[in-house]
Design a protein around this ligand. Structure first.
Ligand SMILES: Nc1ncnc2c1ncn2[C@@H]1O[C@H](COP(=O)(O)OP(=O)(O)O)[C@@H](O)[C@H]1O
Ligand SMILES: [Mg+2]
Length: 203
């Protein structure tokens, strides 16, 4: 049993590496173009035709760039919150609403995040749409992240039916695989948007 578990952990790590390499092989022009197309799909969703509170994220490295997507969402009148590493609960995220005076800092992973300001903390119950980064996704909406479990923890209250929101993964087409290994704590996504397609996993 222990042996099998170790093998699958190694396989999972290899798959994550492959997917990260595929993502990194794209040019920055191709990534910007992909972000434009993903942004078009996102803005056209029926759920976004009224003002929403959207939990987004700040993309890093070879991720699909979210900068222009975030700007377009705000220009359309949506409210935007971005996650910071929770100052008290290890492994958890805390969402901060952006405003004219938002100050920025870097967290311990070097990822830009809004400075903690209790006046601008957004409870998850206020968020209608949660945009989620991913390393890989499969035909069932299963998601592979960077391995920190941050978004599985964030989405666990939603999976338990305690809060209502729409979790949407944003991805490049090369991040698709037929089937991902799934652990009990992994929370699948309802939608994944890539440049070529809106994947809808709602039953
Ligand atoms: N809801 C949760 N409660 C407690 N621990 C969790 C939860 N979700 C994930 N984790 C932990 O986070 C770690 C990483 O999760 P994993 O799914 O491998 O990462 P990722 O989703 O980022 O790819 C795992 O060790 C898992 O036990
Ligand atoms: Mg997971």
């Amino acid at each position: 049993m222990r042996f099998r578990k170790d093998i699958s952990a190694v396989a999972q790590q290899q798959l994550r590496r492959q997917l990260l390499d595929a993502r990194a092989s794209l040019s920055s022009v191709a990534r910007d173009d992909a972000a434009l197309q993903v942004g078009d799909h996102l803005l056209q969703l029926p759920e976004l035709q009224q003002p929403c509170h959207i939990g987004s994220y700040f993309s890093v490295k070879a991720e699909l760039p979210t900068h222009t997507i975030n700007e377009r969402l705000m220009a359309q009148g949506h409210q935007l919150s971005l996650p910071i590493l929770h100052p008290a609960r290890a492994g958890h995220l805390l969402y901060m609403q952006l405003n004219q005076t938002t100050k920025w800092t870097h967290n311990r992973f070097g990822i830009p995040e809004p400075e903690l300001d209790v006046r601008h903390v957004t409870p998850l119950t206020h968020i209608n749409i949660l945009l989620v980064p991913l390393v890989g996704f499969d035909a069932h909406g299963n998601r592979m992240g960077m391995g920190g479990g941050f978004y599985d923890r964030t989405l666990s209250a939603w999976r338990e039916g305690k809060i209502s929101l729409l979790p949407i993964g944003l991805a490049l087409d090369c991040q698709y695989v037929n089937e991902l290994p799934v652990q009990p704590w992994d929370v699948p996504l309802e939608l994944v948007i890539t440049p070529s397609k809106v994947w809808d996993f709602r039953g």
